[in-house]
Write a protein that binds this ligand. Structure first.
Ligand code: CDT
Length: 300
């Protein structure tokens, strides 16, 4: 057995008027609970520090600069890095990144138990649309606010555990999981902000949760890896997002799940060798995969 204690810190809505300091205070309260429970790694959601601002149209995205971080760490989030170092617990959270040369990304970082950033992922599958849809109840303008991530799907060494990060819509794409699985990932962490209704769609409401869990459970099983998937949820600036924070085993089974829409921490002691049965059997890639027949996947 290779034991690892994974904690997920689900967050209720973060409204436009909430300051970074207030959000970091809420994060620290959950960080403390997770540390007291013996967590090795605590994961927070996509765009943890701000409201999900791509739901609002702006003709000029630079008028939203207040939502982006231009340095990481920075004074507002430094207490998280200090806590990690002092208590020897790693963490991961999502934020909007504005680089020195003016590029905007939807980013997640992995911070180790010494408080150092050891991994960075920039979201690749940006959902929604580029143009303003004036009649829609809300917008999903990630394609306007962010560029496609330029770092690929990385797997990072976290104290001997191989950790990969995906962000929200990435979890619906099998190629994202497979790219991580090919790098022998142990744990895939996923932050998300998922509205209960797709804009413009008349999908039945229960399907948002069903498709979320279906994607993450299939991703875990087909990757022979653990998945930790963590929501920003509930009402945010009047818009509702699903919860569904869950720790999923390489069997595809949920071992722990949040059922509310509040700030909530879950924590599981997970055995990283559980995926070996699948890695060495059904999903033994070197003898069963047929990449020579998959060319179409990268041609289209
Ligand atoms: N944040 C994010 O990627 N949300 C999407 C919603 C898509 S609705 C256009 C998701 O896949 O959950």
């Amino acid at each position: 057995m290779r034991m690892f204690t994974l904690a997920l810190a689900q967050m209720a809505g973060i409204n436009t008027e909430d300051t970074r300091e207030a959000v970091v205070g809420r994060m620290l309260a959950m960080f403390e609970k997770a540390a007291a429970g013996g967590a090795d790694l605590v994961v927070f959601p996509e765009l943890t520090l701000t409201t999900f601002f791509p739901r609002t149209y702006r003709e000029d995205v630079s008028t939203a600069d207040e939502y982006y971080e231009t340095a990481m760490p920075n004074p507002a989030v430094q207490p998280l890095f200090d806590f990690a170092k002092e208590h020897e617990v790693g963490f991961s959270f999502g934020y909007a990144e504005l680089t020195e040369d003016g590029h905007r990304f939807n980013t997640q970082i992995l911070v180790d138990k010494t408080g150092e950033i050891v991994g960075k992922y920039r979201k690749i599958h940006l959902p929604g649309h580029l143009e303003h849809i004036p009649d829609a109840p809300y917008q999903h303008l990630e394609k306007s606010y962010f560029e496609v991530g330029d770092l690929g799907f990385g797997v990072f060494d976290f104290h001997g555990v191989e950790v990969g990060m995906l962000i929200c819509n990435d979890r619906r794409w099998p190629e994202a999981y497979r790219t991580l699985a090919l790098q022998d990932v142990d744990v895939i962490v996923i932050g998300f902000n998922t509205p209960d209704q797709s804009p413009g769609g008349d999908e039945q409401p229960h399907l948002a949760m069903f498709h979320h869990l279906l994607s993450c459970q299939a991703g875990a099983y087909q990757s022979s890896a653990w998945v930790g998937t963590v929501a920003k949820c509930g009402y945010e600036d009047g818009h509702h997002m699903i919860g569904g924070t869950a720790i999923i085993a390489p069997t595809g089974e949920i071992v722990s799940r949040v059922f509310d829409e509040k700030d909530s921490v879950i924590l599981s002691d997970i055995d990283l060798t559980l995926g070996d049965f699948y890695k060495n059997g059904t999903f033994r890639y070197e003898i069963h995969r047929r990449p020579e027949t998959y060319g179409l996947l990268t041609e289209r």
